[in-house]
Write a protein that binds this ligand. Sequence first.
Ligand SMILES: *Cc1c(COP(=O)(O)O)cnc(C)c1O
Length: 388
Amino acid sequence: MQATATKQEQKTGYFGEFGGQFVPPHLAEKLNHLYEVFLKYKDNPSFKEEFKSLLHTYVGRPSPLYKAENLSKELGSTIYLKREDLNHTGSHKINNTIGQILLAKRMGATEIIAETGAGQHGVATATAAALMGIKCKVFIGKVDSERQRMNVERMEVLGAEVITATAGNATLKDAVDMALGYYVENPNVYYLLGSAVGPHPYPTIVRYFQSVIGEEMKKQILEIEGKLPDAIVACIGGGSNAIGAFSHFINDDVALYAAEGAGESMELGATSATLTLGKPTVFQGAFSMCLMNENDEPLPSKSIAAGLDYPGIGPEHAHLKTIDRVSYHPITDQEAVDAYRLLSKKEGIIPAIESAHAVALIGKLFKDKNALVIINLSGRGDKDVSRL
Ligand SMILES: *Cc1c(COP(=O)(O)O)cnc(C)c1O
């Protein structure tokens, strides 16, 4: 562990062998400038104060750590929920969008662009852009725009222009491709990437802003229980809520688990279980893992959860899997729907279908284990109610 961490520090933008920046020179220049700005401000007291203050008064942080007594009784372990679903706009995405829009403001950006899958990142970006008075465009796959209609309408009310990607599978990957294209071609545009994926420096920046989740979680569990949990479980699409939750526990004796979207079955083309079935490759600007066919071409992903429906994964997760620090488990659509119903009925909390994957994984791993476990409840399920 220690040796790996040292190696990681030596090579900027890498997590072990994964990460990096595989993009054309013009884009590399923009990204390197962004990294310089990030380094300049991340420990700057007035920047940190503005970020913290907005998280507190606008987002509603710290989010509570709630002891789910009914679910605990049902599953035979002590289960806490980190309530990211209670954040303004309904998920963890807002932590990162507030952080990045403060960078964009300092860079003098005149337009914000973003990609979105579940629509949660689009809504969070449109929200942050409205707050700062900056123009905003959100790219979304056509399939996602149909299954997450309510979020598209929210983005429009917030004043963002929503642009539909129809290429490929018309899901998140295609929205990212379109956003990257627009970013390369237009100066003064800030690309507000929504997960811990893509070329350096995004995985580092997104992790930084999302690590507030793990920081609070650690303080809260120590206050309530007087000890660290046995395990933390998060769902994983690109990996931002998971890395945010795990970040402050990587060097502790705490087991870390992430639930991938298995889709309907674990067959290539029908699943989003990148870390279980993927192979190492360069995909969307970074060396990480990706679902690929036998000719090593990227495959479309599939999941009932738009936020998990992505064939790639953040490079830090590829690294954490390789060194066996986090274990990644596929959860099927049906298992997630069952967990969505279970949490709703037992606790009166409707989780996002993405977050329900983490709830399902708890049921599989910790049934009658008498363990102390935290689920990072990444978002709320209002967006899924009419569909499930
Ligand atoms: C976007 C989203 C996810 C997946 O994204 P990560 O970057 O893996 O966290 C999970 N849950 C919710 C509620 C989301 O909106």
